[in-house]
Write a protein that binds this ligand. Sequence first.
Ligand code: RI2
Length: 318
Amino acid sequence: MADYDLADPLEETAEAIATMEVRGAATIAGEAADALATQARETAATEPEEFRATMRAAARRLRETRPTAVSLPNALRYVLQRMEGNDVETLRESVVRAAAEFDRRLERAQEDLGQIGANRLQDGDTIMTHCHSTDALACVEAALEQGKEIEAIVKETRPRKQGHITAERLRELGVPVTLIVDSAARRYLDEVDHVLVGADSIAADGSVINKIGTSGLAVNARERGVPIMTAAQTIKLHPETLTGHTVEIEMRDEAEVIDDETRADVGDIDVENPAFDVTPPRYMDAIVTESGQFPPESIVTLMRELFGEGADEPWAES
Ligand code: RI2
């Protein structure tokens, strides 16, 4: 990697994604595409092959930041597959154009899925949320625009408490919010009409990979008879699962779970901090994408339509 001239803004974006200063699968994808465009603008490469190799190295640097959200490699793939030209200027323009196109599609996809997800919500519904998902919030926003009144019970979402961001956004939209700790979720499900979550990846069998705690919430929602939907743009579909690969679950630093002093007081223990879990398709009622609503088990048909039999890795060192 040190052999390539990676621009400072690209390094900064990679760092911001790794530390979760930039977070959320859709946001990460947009920032990664933009970082490639910046790299293309700022690189000192003068030969076409040098330019291509630098862009592949830039994509690898971004790819290694977080392993679970497939929107990141899907964004890198989108841009690199459109990198074309026989001279540096043409190559540069193609990357910048592809990144801008990707951003536009991202925004449109979220608006479209919001409209579809909103149709599932009724006037007067109370929803329960987990973590913070811009795709899930797009459904609420569209429902409000349709004139529906929605209330929300927002799970705090340990350990990083992204529920606070959701609470703030919903409040800004004028939605009455009740914040609860994660372990109170089952108690409040009786007051809830819909559980609404996002996704970091969706596997070919319809499994939903989302923030840790989603699977337990889904099982409880099924037991209480509360429908649960995932709002996920098609960039969350994981093409490698079409060929039998599994989705890597990110393990994060234990300091997010317990501070050093408490850990020392408790004594010699292991601490684990998985960022995501897998909800099997039988516990999910619907996956809402910009291409329509799908029962989880049939999402594979959409995946084959979009990706064929699998996906390549255009960032590989050649
Ligand atoms: P949008 C987030 O992961 C959450 O798990 C959320 O449900 C998912 O990304 C999708 O977010 P993290 O980056 O793309 O907070 O819908 O670990 O915004």
